[in-house]
Every structure is written in structure tokens, then in C-alpha cells.
Write a protein that binds this ligand. Structure first.
Ligand code: ZN
Length: 222
């Protein structure tokens, strides 16, 4: 059916809409799929427990890696409750939800684990289509990181980004095609205020997620 049926993949997994869709995508593509969840002092610890719950539902082995060091190095509003979260991107910089270097570090840790376990494929839910302007969600960064990891470890990793060119509406569509629309809709946690599923409805993550959902449902016809 596909070229990866006899190979394994490691998914960078947070339990949100995007990475959950990626988890099920990988489950369909690969022989064995593994989930790796990073903790870095997120405001809502239930994010990690929810990720664990979804992985259990999907029957995917789940592993947590502590990466709190990143928040010690760079204060950001995802981890520092004294900071007010930027709702929009400031004109001359990134919103304070941006954690500089995060995806590069996470990919490096993931590749290190994958190397040790003989896994060649890494899957991450970054997207350039509806992204918040983060530089480490861009396709050029992922390609560069892939090359760097291959050179650093003398391996031929393949970083898969199934959502790279999908907007949020199209991410909902992919979940539907994978047969997990209801799971993604009801079990994932995307909201910056830590509210499951449809979320608080007014934080930036909820606005993006719910707009895409409305567009997808309008297109699907129900
Ligand atoms: Zn919200």
C-alpha cells in the first residue's frame, strides 16, 4: 500500500489538534508509531496528561521527555503565568508565545531518541499555511534541520510534515479522511487556556481552530 509499511516512526506529540492528526496519519502510514511528548513548563499540566490519554486511545507507546531548560533560558508566555499572552503578532517581532529554538531542540532530542531506537522517520505537525509566523514552522527550516540531523548523526532521517501546506480547514479534512474527526474534535487540547475540545473560544489557538472547523463543516455540508 505504501513505502513505509515496514518502517517505524516517532511523532512529536502534544495532544493538540495538529499533532493528534499527525499521530493517526503516522499510525496509518508506518508499521509501528511512537509518540514523544515534551514538557517545558507549560501553563497547563493537563496538556501532558491529555496527550498520554490520547496515545493510549490510539494504542501508541507514549514517552515524556522533560525539556524545562528551554523555559529557563527564554521566558515566554506559554510557561510564564506572569506574562500576558500576545493575541497578535507584534509588527516588529514574534508574539511572546514564541519559544526561540524550541522546534530545533525538540527535533534534535527526537532524532537522538530515534537514533537510539533504530527509527528513521520523524513526524511533526508544523504548518506554514495557518501558522503564527513562527520561523521554526517553515518548510525551509524543516529541510535544513533534516539535513543538519543527518549530518550530525550520519543517518538518513526523514522528517515528515503532513500538515505543512494545509490550513486549519484542511487539517480537519485530513482528520476526517483518517476516520478520526470525532476523536480530534472531542479529545484534543489546543486552547491556550487549557480547555479541552472546542476550548475557551477566544484565545488565538481557539479562534484559529474553530474558524477552520466552521469552514470545514460548511464545506462538508453539515
Ligand atoms: Zn482557547
Amino acid at each position: 500500500m505504501n513505502e513505509y509499511r515496514n518502517q517505524d516512526a516517532l511523532v512529536l506529540f502534544s495532544g493538540g489538534q495538529d499533532s493528534t492528526t499527525c499521530l493517526y496519519w503516522a499510525k496509518q502510514q508506518f508499521r509501528n508509531t511512537y509518540a514523544l511528548c515534551f514538557t517545558y513548563g507549560q501553563r497547563h499540566s493537563q496538556e501532558v496528561e491529555n496527550a498520554r490519554r490520547i496515545a493510549e486511545m490510539a494504542e501508541i507507546p507514549f514517552r515524556i521527555l522533560e525539556a524545562n531548560i528551554i523555559s529557563h533560558l527564554a521566558p515566554n508566555s506559554l510557561t510564564d503565568i506572569t506574562m500576558t499572552m500576545d493575541k497578535e503578532k507584534p509588527a516588529d517581532s514574534y508574539p511572546n508565545t514564541f519559544v526561540p529554538g524550541r522546534n530545533l531542540l525538540f527535533l534534535t532530542f527526537a532524532a537522538t531518541l530515534a537514533y537510539a531506537q533504530g527509527i528513521r522517520h520523524l513526524v511533526t505537525g508544523v504548518s506554514e499555511a495557518d501558522y503564527s509566523g513562527y520561523p521554526d514552522c517553515r518548510d525551509t527550516f524543516i529541510r535544513a534541520a533534516n539535513t543538519t540531523l543527518n549530518l550530525a548523526m550520519d543517518k538518513q532521517f526523514v522528517i515528515h510534515t503532513p500538515l505543512m501546506w494545509r490550513n486549519k480547514k484542511q487539517v480537519w479534512q485530513l482528520a476526517d479522511e483518517l476516520g478520526v474527526f470525532e476523536i480530534v474534535k472531542n479529545e484534543t487540547l489546543t486552547c491556550y487556556n487549557g480547555i479541552l475540545a472546542d476550548g475557551c473560544g477566544h484565545c488565538p489557538a481557539c479562534l484559529l481552530r474553530n474558524k477552520g472547523l466552521e469552514e470545514y463543516l460548511a464545506e462538508r455540508g453539515k
